[in-house]
Ligand binder design. Sequence first.
Ligand SMILES: [Zn+2]
Length: 93
Amino acid sequence: MRDDPQDLDYARGQQWHARQAHARSEWQRMRDQAVTVPCPIPPLGCGMPAGAACVTRTPGEPPKLLTRFPAHSARTALAKKLADQQRKEASNA
Ligand SMILES: [Zn+2]
């Protein structure tokens, strides 16, 4: 029923869950792509080698796995650039 406010709430809920799921899968895809390249050294990144996830580099604190972002933005950008380059070369070959 369209006029039932409970139905509207349910529809909003579904959209919200869909957006969250999309954001989660996108996040994981970005992290998977980012770990294919090493992270730039500080201050741009954390200097973690390829295959290892980014960690925080707060002075005076032990390194912690990055949880709010898939990786340092410099690393995400580098991985994206390399992936785009490889895709371009593959399409030219
Ligand atoms: Zn990093």
